[in-house]
Design a protein around this ligand. Structure first.
Ligand SMILES: NC(=O)c1ccc[n+]([C@@H]2O[C@H](COP(=O)([O-])OP(=O)(O)OC[C@H]3O[C@@H](n4cnc5c(N)ncnc54)[C@H](OP(=O)(O)O)[C@@H]3O)[C@@H](O)[C@H]2O)c1
Length: 331
């Protein structure tokens, strides 16, 4: 039984990967049009010290934004800041410690951000882990669920008042959840979303990504009903050549390397589409969507299940001790 679950979950994920690979083989990467200057605006990029997050931070600083790289690796975070400052003396970028596997760390990060009384125009929930061995976060949650979804859920909820006060009905502030086509391969049973029984790393990653898509849709409904000038979208970056794949088995990794070099998007190409989604005037007011290479596409059927979205929202609020309403929260 255990082996069957492992094989099925891995097979589903690799078949989805193959479909995306074929798409990328026959389609050029997205090229963003010229984007407007963002001077005076502030962005937070989680996991911005390397991979896709680093390129997002680089492009946002290039547009004149003040970028806060939120990362759990201080050495890597400070090196990323140094590199960005060396590349452009005008870059306004800094490192702030954030470990999404610790709810205390998320609260601490928000506290220190709030103390600075900065506005917040863009939140990019980018940090992620994939195929890590079975483990629990400091707070007892399955690791993919904790880092990819729950930590970002708390971060977003706590930053909503900064986002809300920095937006206007003409220029809404934006939240981008970096999702993945992996979410297409999982069922929609809520109790399975953070399940530790019969652990499969492939299923755990896919479920955490489905949770992010469900979260995006429900959060947009809450923002709309609360009248907040904030939008939230899921952005699927496609297959990108980064360290995310480091936990694959050696055999799979060896098979993946040539394809990654030839067909995967580079982090910079994938960041073009993310940054477009984060600042493009064309997407002003667009929220609750699943975006791929700058276009709205359909996410999985399960992700449109309103009841499932609402149940995940309520149970996440319950796990975190948060009220279900998006009224401003204080720490
Ligand atoms: N690469 C792809 O093909 C692909 C496809 C679809 C979706 N995505 C998504 O894209 C996002 C970026 O991934 P990537 O490809 O750029 O991978 P990556 O190079 O491994 O970067 C992931 C980033 O997340 C950070 N991170 C991991 N755990 C964290 C934690 N507990 N607290 C704070 N930061 C943490 C990592 O920091 P450390 O260096 O300290 O681990 C790293 O900076 C992820 O959400 C991923 O799921 C990627």
């Amino acid at each position: 039984m255990w082996i069957l679950i492992q094989i099925t979950a891995a097979f589903k994920l690799y078949m989805i990967g193959l479909r995306v690979l074929l798409y990328q083989l026959f389609h050029r990467p997205f090229t963003a049009p010229a984007l407007p200057e963002q001077s005076g605006k502030v962005a937070i990029v989680t996991g911005g010290a390397k991979g896709l997050g680093y390129e997002i931070a680089k492009q946002l600083t290039g547009l004149g934004m003040h970028v806060i790289i939120a990362s759990r690796d201080e050495k890597q975070g400070r090196a990323a800041v140094k590199r960005l400052c060396e590349e452009s003396c005008k870059a306004q970028v800094e490192f702030e410690f954030l470990d999404l596997a610790s709810l205390d760390s998320v609260r601490q990060f928000v506290r220190s951000f709030e103390n600075r009384k900065l506005p917040l125009h863009t939140l990019i929930n980018n940090a992620g882990i994939m195929l890590v061995p079975e483990g629990k976060s400091e707070d007892g949650f399955e690791l993919h669920f904790a880092v990819n979804f729950l930590g970002h859920f708390l971060l977003t909820r706590l930053l909503l008042s900064a986002l809300r006060s920095s937006g206007t009905s003409e220029k809404r502030t934006r939240i981008i959840n970096i999702c993945s086509s992996a979410h297409y391969g999982v069922d929609s049973e809520l109790q399975h979303l953070h399940c530790m029984q019969c652990y499969s790393p492939h299923a755990a990653y896919s479920r955490s990504k489905l949770a992010q898509v469900l979260f995006t849709s429900h959060l947009q409904q809450e923002l709309d009903s609360g009248g907040l000038a904030v939008t939230v979208n899921s952005v699927d970056p496609g297959l990108v050549d980064t360290d995310l794949y480091r936990n694959m088995s050696t055999a799979t990794w060896l098979l993946q390397r040539p394809a990654a070099r030839l067909i995967f998007r580079t982090p910079s190409q994938a960041a073009d589409a993310v940054v477009f989604s984060a600042v493009s005037p064309e997407l002003e007011g667009v929220g609750g969507c699943y975006l791929h290479e700058g276009r709205r596409v359909r996410s999985s059927a399960a992700s449109y299940d309103l009841e499932l979205q609402a149940r995940l929202w309520r149970s996440s609020c319950g796990m975190l001790g948060l009220p279900a309403s998006v009224a401003p929260l204080t720490l």
